[in-house]
Design a protein around this ligand. Sequence first.
Ligand code: TYM
Length: 337
Amino acid sequence: MEAETVKKKRIFSGIQPTGTLTLGNYIGALRNFKLLEDEYDCVYSIVDLHAITVRQNPTELRKACLRVMSLYLAVGLSPEKSLLYFQSHVPQHAELNWVLGCFTYMGELNRMTQFKDKSQKHADNINAGLYTYPVLMAADILLYMSDLVPVGADQKQHLEISRDIAERFNKIYGDTFVVPEPYIGKVGGRVMSLQDPTRKMSKSDPEDTYVAMLDSADVIRKKIRRAITDSDSEVRYDPENKPGVSNLMSIMATITGKTMDEIALEYGSKGYGVFKDAVADCIIAELEPIQKRFNEIITDKAYLQQVMTVSAERASNIAYRTMLKVRRKIGLAALKL
Ligand code: TYM
């Protein structure tokens, strides 16, 4: 009985509803969301406010929002156990973003590598939102007093700045926020591009560089067959000298649970053709049931509506309490004297 009353630790994470989700998003984040769901009290957001830091077509963005919500449900996340909601439905994210912006130094934001990358990609739209993106991310996490944040390795720097902001605030005003820890998978924290395995797989790159979670079996097989490897033919884990093969091995290892040694033993000398087909097979076997559920859920508007409304309301209750505390600590005018 006693064990049941112990409060579970809290998880927060989010995914941007831009374009389509990739195998990188799945292996680096979404898959872990599901694996951690029973052990933690989970808050999973669809971070639509982050998405508008680059120009979006409104109709496409609206559709992408529902697609990501349907994917959350299709991978098996349970709206009874976890909160599954849109960031913009809980206005305290934006409110805390402002407050935390006043506790973040420009010097810190200047060091963010994602800002530098995205500024290069969107040189015609280097806006203030793109610059302060990590502050909104810190607000997301701190709003829910989150202990753990499952993300891919590319988000490590953003997690570090979230921790720094929380610690700074706590030092000035006394214990207010929980200082969050990142959760990054040892294998699969960084799924690489199929065409340039020294870069991370990204949905903003050309289509042949990534597997989308909703790609058909044929497309997946073609993309994996065309993945860049090397002129040698040995399946061996060596990220430095064999980044392409090592990336495919990591994908297989996370999906099947096999170790690198087991994979090397099984496919080592069979050649890349056989190995690539086996990699494609395991991706397809993993994604097909998700795609089947996705196709049912995306058309069930009533269900989607119910999940997002109930979750947003519960998330708002937590967020409201945090903001009361923050307002009091920093001395904002009280609504009731
Ligand atoms: P986004 O939408 O760019 O990515 C969502 C998640 O997918 C992970 N990811 C990858 N993991 C491994 N290999 C890859 N190639 C790969 N590509 C993407 C990302 O690391 C991320 O975990 N800024 C966040 C969204 C966010 C957030 C938050 C996350 C906003 N607020 C608060 C956690 C907590 C992002 O990168 O989204």
